[in-house]
Design a protein around this ligand. Structure first.
Ligand code: 5GP
Length: 155
């Protein structure tokens, strides 16, 4: 059994899909369906496939611990994702031993936000966790969104 399949046993994959079925996606339903089918059939999330270079992505930063790439459905002029190479399904699955890794991800976010020109204007860092938050890919990821004024609270 591969590491990714071990992380997402079949029962958990199905439960994840069923819970997400109640989530309203204003866009990207097709993308979500594709991602869900991929996970159900292969046990690998779309992000694990990007890490393994099995599918293409616009990766613009990589180090030994993480990757950053542009979101396929950007919600703002700047919208990229920072993901750990370690398979962690969501914020709920972060272990105490991951503290340094999570700190590293935020240091990378700080550097990349500056590189992308939004450090001064501002940006939002979002980690959707679970069905109420409409998390669609069960691999921990931080959205970094900027380049336009945003509203609060989020929908
Ligand atoms: P979530 O809804 O889980 O918080 O965010 C998942 C994000 O991943 C979404 O913004 C979605 O557009 C993005 N995404 C899903 N599949 C792909 C893909 O294959 N490539 C890239 N670059 N982004 C993806």
């Amino acid at each position: 059994m591969t590491g990714s399949t071990a992380s997402f046993p079949k029962a958990r994959r199905l439960r994840f899909g069923l819970l997400l079925g109640s989530c309203h996606f204003s866009s990207g339903t097709e993308q979500f369906t594709k991602n869900f089918l991929l996970l159900t059939m292969t046990g690998k999330t779309i992000f694990k496939k990007i890490i393994d270079r099995e599918i293409p992505a616009n990766i613009f930063y990589e180090d030994e611990l993480c990757l950053a790439f542009h979101d396929i459905m950007p919600q703002a002029p700047v919208h990229f994702l920072v993901i750990p190479k370690k398979e962690i399904a969501s914020t709920n699955d972060i272990a105490d031993e991951d503290a340094a890794l999570i700190g590293h991800l935020f240091c990378v976010i700080r550097k990349l936000a500056a590189d992308q020109g939004v450090a001064e204007s501002g940006y939002r860092v979002v980690a959707n966790c679970g069905p109420d938050a409409c998390q669609s890919v069960p691999h921990l990821h931080y959205h970094v969104i900027g380049g336009r004024a945003m509203t609060w609270p989020p929908g």
